[in-house]
Design a protein around this ligand. Sequence first.
Ligand SMILES: [Zn+2]
Ligand SMILES: [Zn+2]
Length: 265
Amino acid sequence: MYDCHIHSSFSGDSNMECHIAINTAIELGLEGIGFTDHLDYDYPNYDDVFMIDFDKYSEYIDNIKSQFKGKIQVLKGIEVGIQPHVVEDTLKVVNKYNFDIVIASVHIVDKLDLHNGDFCKNKTRNEAYSKYLKTVCETICQFENFDVLGHIDLIRRYGHYDVNTLKYNDFPDHIDAILNKLISLGKGLEVNTSGYRYNLASPMPDFDIVKRYKELGGEIICTSSDAHTPEYIGYKFDYIKELIIKAGFKYTSHFENRKPVFSPI
Ligand SMILES: [Zn+2]
Ligand SMILES: [Zn+2]
């Protein structure tokens, strides 16, 4: 399996050195590891934390890629946090470097941060979750230069609501709109295990949404830990492997040079 979504010390919110992450992935028997450090233009209050010297990053990952050739496949990626007004600037970075994989994520809605609680303030769970999903759908309609949608239900990690599950039947119209758009664009869906660090009882997204993606014709599933520290690399991958098989998939995917590559699961 590949862990397609990892943050290294290039991201302001991680101290993990790339070679430590890679050696951990080798010990775990992973076939590949994707570094997808953050680009989040206009992140409220933290603009500099999520800004990276991408010239340096790109060169460094290229070197480390060849250093570990034959031992494990290293992918050069980026996780772009999209807001409507940053699309143009983000595209410039995405197009400038020869990334293997581009993950599109929504971390900010209406200029309000999910992580610090601003977005969920004064919203019921229903209001916050439906607004988040609606924004994800609008985002992938505005920004199509990506390969995989990151943590489709990230909102579950935040808001301290009594119920932090997000099942297909809770918001079928919003979820179908997102999945159909992904499928029509030929983009992948990520199964991300980072929610376990936030006391979620299931991966992001939950099984029924992975199954729905398959039912609607989706084929590209990427396995991701979103690890910022070594102990979470490949976290709970045995479990999500079973879930992905149960949802009807015979393959998982990673991206090389922005093209999906399928591995039997
Ligand atoms: Zn993210
Ligand atoms: Zn991430």
